[in-house]
Design a protein around this ligand. Structure first.
Ligand code: MF3
Ligand code: CO
Ligand code: CO
Length: 254
């Protein structure tokens, strides 16, 4: 598989889908409160996506049944929505991928529920900063590997570890395209970035050990092996002639 350089028309489609994915996460913000079940969060997201003429890419993807992944606390990613009740002090990730007019937009973010410990807040902050640093590496002619290099450098500096078992990915005309975007990488390695590339950066950073284990019952939910917290942010990126655009950062956080 080769990296797909998108046409202007495809970019417009990916931009619109990315905007909707981002708006879904914004819509959820005041609704994710203590007492809500993760399955209820999923239903709200699903309804919002459909109301805007799109479908959630995860529904039916390799047998996955839900519109989102909802990953609280020690869940690293792919949290299957269920009867878990969100409580005060939780940190929760919601990840949504929209298909709008055939184009994909993929994003996730953390929600801090009520009184979150300084320990958890710091993990969320450093994870967010690591994505910000990675976005600074997104310009034509730079090496893809520099994204993973700066993420890992920042996380390790703060005593955290970066998940290496799940990666970012090309996205836009399919859900998962080339290239694979590693969040741990060596400086100046991998393919060179070119205008028209679209891919995600989605670092998962753990407070403890980097390794994950997948829930044996649901086959998806990935947790830290040591039960410590994990955080993640994800944006769909476009490489432009002059730099990049974070297509899912429609609220100017980055
Ligand atoms: N949205 C996730 C990603 O960022 C993929 C979820 S696949 C699922 O790549 F099947 F677990 F939902
Ligand atoms: Co993704
Ligand atoms: Co995602």
């Amino acid at each position: 598989m080769a990296i797909i350089i998108k046409t202007a028309e495809q970019i417009e489609g990916i931009r619109a889908s990315s905007r909707l994915a981002a708006e879904t996460l914004k819509y959820l913000e005041p609704l994710i409160k203590p007492g809500i079940k993760t399955i209820e969060i999923d239903a709200l997201a699903d309804e919002f996506v459909q109301k805007h003429g799109a479908v959630a890419a995860t529904k039916g993807y390799k047998g996955y049944k839900y519109a989102t992944c909802v990953s609280p606390n020690d869940v690293v990613c792919h949290g299957v929505p269920n009867d878990y009740v969100i409580k005060d002090g939780d940190i929760v990730n919601v990840d949504v991928t929209t298909i709008l007019n055939g184009y994909y937009g993929d994003t996730c973010r953390m929600y801090e529920i009520g009184n979150v410990s300084d320990y958890a807040k710091q993990l969320v902050k450093v994870t967010n900063e690591s994505l910000r640093l990675a976005i600074k590496e997104c310009y034509p002619g730079n090496y893809l590997g520099n994204i993973g290099f700066v993420i890992n450098e920042h996380a390790v500096k703060h005593g955290y570890s970066v998940v290496f078992e799940f990666c970012g990915h090309g996205v836009g005309v399919r859900f998962h395209e080339d290239p694979q975007v590693d969040h741990v990488a060596k400086r100046n390695t991998g393919p060179l970035l070119k205008p028209g590339m679209t891919f995600t950066i989605e670092p998962m950073i753990n407070a403890g050990k980097a390794r994950c284990k997948v829930d044996r019952k649901d086959g998806w939910t990935a947790r830290t092996i040591d039960g410590k917290l994990s955080a993640q942010f994800e944006h769909t990126m476009l490489i432009t002639e002059t730099g990049c655009e974070a297509l899912t950062d429609v609220f100017g956080d980055f």
